[in-house]
Design a protein. Structure first.
Length: 428
């Protein structure tokens, strides 16, 4: 077998492969052995027919086709191995010349893992912003704790701001109920601004058992294009009113909120948690920024097959997230002004997919250059973390024993270590 390689682009090669008569003979023998298993000849058990006998009972055209397929498969595989071609997809094979038993010449066009030329990854612009936590931010958390530890008692009086209510409601536009505009036994805290302006204020002053209409207009910037600026009517039934009595922020409150003896300890702990959260967010921003800088400073060809795979994954994840929010892809496309799902795929989805592929390629190259590896002990530690997370889900636990899942976890670990190394090399 002889082969030559021609680079069609940075991500695609064309191989010309010539198969010898000897190799064709081997391929024919392999084909004959396979086909002989199903040959039926009187006096022999199925699968036990001698090859010499079986060959006389096999359609020559079937044998030739099977031999040709074997020869092509082995020749392409051997050529890729010999020339260290890292194919990303099934090659497009074309037969250029074939003389049975004498010679075979084929071409194989395939997308390959591209050569990445890293930029200067040790001199990127990186600076971790110093974070701070204000007293207002601490007090906001304390306020949420107060509401969590508040006393709620049903009251027989008109509803007012701060009350917790239980309501049924149906929203109608032009007399027709619209999607997402109805609910039963909905728990709503008046003044929380969960609904569009005017809804919660429209409940204030009503008593338990009352049914009433609230005429509203959706904001012009509302996310649903069908409801932007729309005039609607909500029919509301008020089923319960609870007065919310917030506890005073005292040392006793601090003890109920956690392992604290004083309000100062509680506030110090909240401030520490908020500081850690902000610091972690800044580190994540720094990591993303450094990777983007490295991509921009490097030559990173992007194979179309990898972009397509990522685009498919992004679209599936996006649809799942929208479903979680109670939205559909069509609603999102309308809200964002995309004329069609194809336009969205060509722009927003494709752009995100290209960025993911480029980031993965530069980090893969960086891990090789910096000789970064994920050893077995680190992999097991990560897997154990996942096992604890899914300890109550037997089906999920089984997945972590599958080779492909272990490889995925290992790849993620390697990526994390590589990004950490990038931060280490550039952090000021």
């Amino acid at each position: 077998m002889n082969s030559t390689i021609k680079n069609i682009s940075d991500t695609k090669v064309l191989m010309t492969i010539t198969v010898s008569a000897e190799e064709l003979a081997i391929a024919e023998q392999v084909a004959l052995t396979k086909l002989a298993r199903d040959v039926k000849v009187a006096g022999f058990r199925k699968g036990k027919v001698p090859l010499a006998v079986a060959s006389k009972n096999i359609d020559p055209m079937v044998l030739q086709e099977e031999s040709l397929n074997n020869a092509i498969s082995k020749a392409v595989a051997d050529a890729f191995l010999h020339d260290e071609v890292r194919a990303l997809d099934r090659p497009e094979v074309e037969i250029k010349k074939y003389v049975p038993g004498e010679t075979l010449e084929i071409t194989a066009e395939v997308e390959v893992m591209p050569k990445v030329e890293l930029g200067n990854y040790k001199k990127l612009k990186a600076e971790v912003k110093k974070t701070s936590v204000s007293d207002d931010e601490v007090n906001e958390v304390i306020e949420r704790m107060r509401r969590g530890l508040s006393d709620r008692q049903s009251v027989d009086r008109p509803a007012k701001d701060g009350d917790e209510t239980i309501i049924d409601f149906v929203g109608k536009k032009d007399g027709v109920a619209f999607e997402g505009g109805s609910a039963a036994d909905y728990r709503l805290e008046l003044g929380s601004n969960q609904f569009i302006p005017g809804f919660e204020a429209g409940i204030v002053g009503h008593k338990i058992g009352e049914a009433f209409d609230i005429d509203l207009t959706f904001p012009d910037d509302y996310m649903s294009s069908d409801l932007k600026g729309a005039k609607v009517v909500f029919t509301v039934t008020l089923k319960d009113i609870k007065e919310v009595a917030l506890p005073e922020v005292t040392d006793e409150f601090a003890a109920k909120a956690g392992p604290f003896t004083t309000v100062k300890e509680l506030k110090d702990d909240v401030k520490c948690e908020l500081t850690t959260q902000k610091d972690n967010e800044e580190i994540e921003k720094l990591k993303e920024d450094l990777v983007n800088q490295l991509v921009a400073a490097s030559k990173v060809p992007t194979p179309e097959v990898l972009v397509a795979d990522q685009a498919k994954s992004i679209e599936q994840d996006f649809e799942s997230n929208l479903m979680y929010q109670g939205l559909t892809v069509d609603q999102y496309l309308q809200n964002k002004g995309f004329g069609s799902i194809e336009k969205w795929r060509e722009t927003e989805v494709r752009d995100a997919a290209v960025k993911r592929v480029q980031a993965a390629l530069v980090l893969g190259e960086l891990s090789k250059v910096e000789k970064i590896e994920a050893n077995e002990a680190e992999l097991e530690a990560n897997l154990e973390r996942y096992r604890r997370q899914y300890a109550k889900n037997p089906d999920a636990l089984k997945r972590f024993e599958q080779p492909e899942v272990r490889r995925d976890v290992a790849n993620r670990l390697l990526t994390e270590k590589t990004v950490d190394r990038l931060v280490e090399l550039n952090k000021k």
